[in-house]
Ligand binder design. Structure first.
Ligand SMILES: Cc1ncc(COP(=O)(O)O)c(C=O)c1O
Length: 365
């Protein structure tokens, strides 16, 4: 395991101990389980324990990670797609939230049949509009009782969520009438910036939720709150948010290394790549746009001592020193979530130091 202060000078020749042994095809997705577990320990300290942590599984989409988190006492998980819901249910977790206010009746129907097939798990859906409320109301009429609902709130992210006004209160009342209301959901992934800035934004969001709670109390209704991602989860108080829901900490990333150093997470997911060609001062890797962090600007998809000159689908051309044809390098993705999504299996170095291939959902929805 790397010492946190040691920078990931990247890409350099990958140490043998950090790479799967023998003849492994590249590009390959590589995970260091000891780093995942170290990140878990840091996250549990920052959020005061496993019963408050509702980790998002979209980062890894891997049953073995869900199983490892359950062994650490975590039973509530967040997801973004129904395939992720099904994966968490298959792992036997007690509680799974679909943190995505779908209004598509086919998606809702698949979610409900998963709940019917797994009566020992509580399933939580969400709405952010009257339209969504109508779709869910119709389908939930005959649905099992292990399905509860939250109102998704928009903390000025502008992505999903009801405005934090009477509109949100009305949705909560509608869910309460259906006897399904559990509480609020708020994801503030747009809040980055300095620690004081983030702290002030979270304080304002918490104040707005308190206002909604007071309105609901006037109708004799109460609910809890799930809030936060990696940049804010440690700034929400336990009184303000019953659950916090960071996700990308499991594998961390080059981005977290730069922005969230105080949490001391370490990159746990890498793309193993081979240098396949060399030119005048540049080398070409076999990890291109289809292999690593495709949602990030081309020049920043992984850190380089030098420059990413070009990326095409299966090639990355780097201006960097010290690499030769045949070398293997471990790349640290700028964004681990969109990298994991590209692979349906990973080479995992287990806690005993042994390597094995473990499956993950890849791009299945
Ligand atoms: C709704 C929701 N909750 C939680 C998370 C996890 O946040 P992070 O990736 O900052 O850990 C995400 C990430 O996109 C999200 O969309």
């Amino acid at each position: 395991m790397r010492d946190h202060d040691e920078p990931h000078a990247n890409p350099t020749l990958a140490p043998d101990a950090d790479c799967p042994p023998g003849e492994v095809e590249t590009p390959a997705f590589v995970i260091h389980e000891d780093a995942v577990m170290a990140n878990l320990e840091k996250t549990l300290v920052a959020c005061s324990g496993p019963t408050r942590l509702m980790p998002h599984v979209k980062t890894h989409r891997a049953p073995w990670v869900v199983a490892a988190l359950r062994r650490a006492g975590i039973e509530t998980f967040k997801t973004a797609t129904v395939a992720e819901v099904e994966m968490v249910a298959r792992c036997g977790a007690k509680n799974v939230t679909l943190a995505y206010p779908t209004v598509n009746p086919a998606n809702v129907a698949r979610f409900i049949s998963c709940a019917a097939a797994n009566p020992g798990t509580t399933f939580v859906g969400m709405v952010d509009s009257e339209h969504g409320l109508g779709v869910w109301r119709t389908q939930l009429e005959t649905a099992p009782h292990n399905i509860l609902m939250r109102v998704d709130l928009d903390p000025a992210f502008g992505r999903t969520g009801a405005p934090m006004t009477e509109a949100a209160v009305d949705l909560a009342r509608g869910l309460h009438e259906m006897r399904r209301f559990l509480g609020w959901h708020l994801y503030d992934g747009h809040v980055h910036g300095s620690l004081p800035e983030r702290r002030a934004r979270v304080a304002a969001e918490a104040e707005a939720v308190r206002g909604l709670d007071a309105r609901l109390a006037a109708f004799g209704i109460s609910g809890d709150l799930v809030a936060g991602g990696s940049y804010t989860f440690d700034l929400w108080s336990a009184e303000g948010a019953r659950f916090v829901s960071p996700g990308s900490w499991t594998y961390s990333s080059a981005m977290h290394d730069r922005d969230l150093g105080h949490l001391a997470w370490q990159p746990a997911a890498f793309v193993l790549s081979t240098v396949i060609s060399a030119h005048d001062g540049t080398v070409t890797l076999d990890a291109g746009s289809k292999a690593i962090a495709p949602d990030k600007p081309l020049k920043t998809r992984f850190p380089v001592d030098g420059e990413i000159c070009l990326m095409s689908e299966e090639h990355a051309v780097l201006r960097t020193a010290g690499l030769a044809v045949g070398d293997r390098v471990l790349l640290v993705p700028e964004h681990a979530c969109t990298t994991a999504y590209l692979y349906d299996r990973a080479w995992v170095r287990g806690r005993d130091g042994g390597w094995e291939v473990r499956v993950q959902l890849g791009s299945a929805r």
